[in-house]
Design a protein around this ligand. Structure first.
Ligand code: GLU
Length: 521
């Protein structure tokens, strides 16, 4: 058989914001499609109208746009296999439901929810299947004429798949290998409901994958239990030859403890489980998103790609292009992947370090404005250059040497405040101040003011400052740096003193020094 063109799809139901696990599923589909020069289809599975949430579809589209995960066709992208929204494909499904009925592979059932409930309380572990279907109200037990009359009268019914018991059903999974179950454990799944004139997920999903010529179904492990039923449906339709290959991805697990990742884990530990912030249209509740928390999309993509797969070595920093090249579906793990959100923060830090200073400016500027500060793009880029492009080492109020990773642009404010705002008090209780401000220090700083005054405002550059101050140090044996830092920063924090003084300029530098001398004398 000729190799099929790779066509994969991401098929969310618009029932709310996209969970981060769904983002990983879409990413793997995207990588696989790109790698094979295939197509990536975006389909909306909205046959369950009761669970429809307005805004969810738009949210999902915006999330992928932000992440740089692009679709080739589908809802909002167009294409030759549309419509791609299942609620717009009613007539197509009806035809295929009829085909199964005509072939005796499915049957009509009239049992009301009350009747089914009664049965469930009467028979322990009741399942609608080969052992029970002949005791129920359906087209297998009723007169043909009676069935036709009820349907014509508009009685509510469902169409059920007639599963033949005692058969070995094999799902050939690219990640899990041969998954084998006995058909007797399956129930006669509802494929269609007359009440809303729509098929259920199972039928619509299979029919669409077939008609859209999907070659590989790559989806979360939670769909594995449905796969045998799907295999049987392909068989019932006579589509076994073109059945897609399956790949069920490992679950995302809680960062700590057992079980699958949930929104509660995120709330408890303070990380988002959604790509974008989500405003629930019904409750008004707001859930945090990676974008709004200051994550870079490259970092999120890199982080997610490695949850359940790795390139076989310890390379961690992988661009989208590298991921496309290296990704290997068959090397995904079978066991769940722990959602190590701290690693996600680490990735963001790494990507921030790589980002040229100029690219930070819009976000940094927005951050400053929220603090009521207006600065220039040039000054902002300078601060970024001094503070963000490296792991920042600083001495805290207790005099301890510390390192701090800037993982988000918002981390910068407490670290950069002093560039824009002069210290308003000089705290004698601050360990750094106490240690570095002696009885003779005010005198020394006075002298340094004198030295610096000799420079013009325009000469206040890192090099000129360095020459000037170092010559003075050499001549006098002074070591002014820590006390000078107290003057300009108020504590033991910040970049190289010459860089800082050059940034502040002559007037501001001398003003801060004089204020400190007066306060600490
Ligand atoms: N509509 C399903 C979902 O919400 C799609 C499952 C599948 O990919 O088959 O995830």
């Amino acid at each position: 058989m000729a190799e099929r063109k790779v066509r994969v799809r991401f098929a969310p139901s618009p029932t709310g914001p996209l969970h981060i696990g769904g983002v990983r599923t879409a990413l793997y589909n995207y990588l696989f499609a790109r790698q094979h020069g295939g197509d990536f289809v975006f389909r909306i599975e909205d046959t369950d109208s009761a669970r429809f949430v307005p805004g969810a579809e738009e949210y999902i589209i915006e999330a992928f746009k932000w992440l740089g995960i692009a679709f080739d066709e589908g809802v909002s992208f167009g294409g030759q296999y549309g419509p791609y929204r299942q609620s717009e494909r009613r007539d197509i499904y009806k035809k295929y439901v009829q085909q199964l009925l005509d072939d005796g592979k499915a049957y009509i059932a009239f049992d009301t929810p009350e009747e089914l409930d009664a049965k469930r309380s009467e028979v322990e572990n009741f399942q609608y299947d080969a052992t029970t279907r002949m005791q129920m109200r359906n087209s297998l037990t009723m007169d043909k004429a009676e069935v036709e009359r009820l349907v014509a009268e508009g009685a509510q019914y469902v169409v059920r798949f007639k599963i033949e018991p005692g058969r070995d059903v094999h799902v050939d999974d690219l990640i899990r290998g041969d998954v084998n179950i006995n058909s007797s454990i399956l129930d006669d799944k509802v494929l269609y409901k007359s009440a809303d004139q729509l098929p259920t997920y199972h039928l619509a999903n299979i029919v669409d994958d077939h008609l859209m010529e999907i070659s590989h179904v790559i989806r979360g492990e939670e769909w594995l239990p449905s796969a045998p039923l799907h295999v049987l449906l392909y068989e019932a339709f006579g589509w076994t030859d073109t059945m897609p290959r399956f790949a069920h991805l490992p679950l995302l697990l809680k960062p700590v403890g057992n079980g699958k990742l949930s929104k509660r884990d995120g709330d408890k530990l303070g990380f988002p489980v959604f790509p974008l912030e989500w405003h629930d249209p019904q409750t008004g509740a707001v859930s945090s998103g990676y974008r709004e928390q200051g994550y870079l999309p490259e970092a999120v993509v890199n982080f997610l790609a490695l949850l359940g797969w790795n390139p076989g070595n310890d390379q961690e920093m992988l661009s989208m292009d590298e991921l496309v090249r290296l990704f290997d579906l068959s090397k995904c793990s079978k066991s769940g992947a722990r959602f190590d959100y701290v690693k996600g923060i680490w990735f963001n830090h790494q990507y921030l370090l790589q980002k040229p200073a100029g690219e930070w400016v819009p976000e940094f500027d927005a951050l400053l404005r929220r603090q009521g500060i207006e600065s220039t793009a040039e000054k902002e880029a300078q601060v970024v250059e001094m503070m963000c492009q490296k792991v920042i080492e600083y001495t805290d109020g207790e005099g301890n040497k510390k390192k701090r990773n800037v993982s988000f642009v918002s981390d910068l404010w407490p670290l950069c405040r002093f560039f824009f705002i002069a210290p308003d008090t000089y705290d004698r209780e601050d360990k750094f101040v106490r240690k570095n401000w002696k009885d003779t220090t005010a005198q020394e700083m006075d002298e340094l003011v004198g030295v610096l005054s000799a420079l013009d405002e325009t000469e206040f550059t890192v090099d000129a400052l360095k020459d000037m101050v170092e010559a003075w140090c050499e001549a006098t044996g002074r070591k002014p740096w820590n006390a000078w830092r107290v003057c300009l920063v108020g504590t033991g924090q910040g970049p190289d003193m010459y860089e800082l003084a050059a940034f502040l300029g002559k007037a501001e530098t001398l003003k801060r020094m004089e204020a400190a001398i007066a306060a600490l004398k």
